[in-house]
Design a protein around this ligand. Structure first.
Ligand code: LMR
Length: 336
């Protein structure tokens, strides 16, 4: 009898000990998503929406936390941090891949994409697949998930109105880290200074640079318009993002989670496309409004002939980088 009680006690103890192990919840996979822009921009919105949906639909399995406005990492640093596993996701602009996947600078080519539909045909088609393969081939430990839009860029400066190529002569512009943007400025007789996004406002304010190029959403949310006298709606180049994830992190995710994340991301990408158009319209109008009310900023819209003159000045850049941006891509996109 004593033996039986003893055995029973041991069994109960074992059961008690094993229950928490059985019931113990698996820890969710954590995704730190770092980016440099404000929340009220296409990328800021997309990252938040992706996090909201994942945190809701994969509750307990995956947790996403977004770090906007370069809180964690600025620009090119984010790519290195992601490859090293300090963050799991990021969405740097194409220009920031100059040192890692230089083919992405395709998107920095001035006046290459006729409209946003041409960008979508590019990323959704064979060129997009080739870019995805480039990431794998380079063995960076980075997986390309999707592409997100911002919009087309506008020029601004403090020196003089920027209407014709001669107006750009000698003007110092802040540019992103792309060599193609540097060549674009050179083709206009201007100087491109590569600076991180988080330093642009101060650089403009303190006269380190005279001007900059960016989309309405970045100009508006970071208040660049406050420290510029002239802004030209030139739509001379595209700004978009490669949404990336640490390859090792991705590989260790169970297949069903990978599938759910891919589905959510595909749907969010569709929404980002719509949101980007709406924000561009809304924030361009807000910049025009500020110009009108404050009298401190002059806005210029170009005639088709003026656009053509700028275009003629910069298109030689299209074939200056054929070692990283194949001529076949350029020709294909021009026909879109
Ligand atoms: C910039 O540096 O101007 C942009 O790449 C910022 C961004 O991510 O939109």
């Amino acid at each position: 009898m004593k033996k039986l009680v003893y055995l029973l006690a041991i069994t109960v103890c074992c059961l008690a000990l094993s229950v928490p192990a059985v019931w113990a919840k698996k820890k969710p996979f954590k995704i730190r998503f770092s980016h440099v822009v404000s929340e009220n921009t296409p990328k800021g919105w997309g990252a938040k929406e992706f996090a909201r949906r994942v945190n809701e639909e994969l509750k307990g399995k995956v947790e996403v936390k977004v770090f906007p406005s370069a809180q964690l990492y600025g620009d090119n640093q984010a790519i290195e941090a992601l490859a090293a596993g300090f963050i799991e996701m990021a969405a740097p602009s194409s220009a920031k891949f100059v040192g890692s996947v230089p083919g992405l600078q395709l998107f920095d080519m001035p006046f290459l994409f006729k409209n946003i539909e041409a960008v979508h045909k590019t990323v959704d088609g064979e060129i997009g697949d080739e870019l995805r393969a480039m990431f794998e081939k380079r063995g960076l430990g980075i997986k390309l998930l999707t592409f997100w839009d911002n919009a087309f860029k506008q020029f601004s400066c403090n020196t003089r109105p920027l209407i014709k190529p001669a107006d750009f002569k000698g003007v110092k512009f802040r540019i992103m880290s792309s060599d193609i943007l540097e060549a674009q400025m050179k083709a206009l007789g201007a100087v491109g200074l590569k600076l991180p996004f988080s330093e642009v406002y101060n650089a403009l304010e303190q006269g380190v640079v005279d001007g900059q190029e960016n989309t309405a959403s970045n100009i508006y949310t970071k208040k660049f318009y406050e420290v510029q006298k002239y802004l030209t709606f030139s739509n001379h180049g595209y700004l978009g993002y490669a949404v990336i994830i640490n390859q090792k992190f991705w590989d260790k995710l169970p297949q069903d989670i990978q599938a759910s994340l891919s589905k959510i991301l595909k749907e969010v990408t569709e929404e980002v496309r719509k949101k980007a158009v709406a924000l561009d319209k809304e924030q361009s109008a807000l910049i025009r409004d500020y110009a009108k009310k404050s009298g401190k900023l002059q806005i210029f819209d170009l005639t088709p002939a003026q656009v053509k003159a700028l275009q003629d000045a910069v298109t030689p850049v299209h074939n200056q980088f054929n070692d990283v941006v194949p001529a076949a891509w350029i020709e294909k996109i021009k026909k879109m």
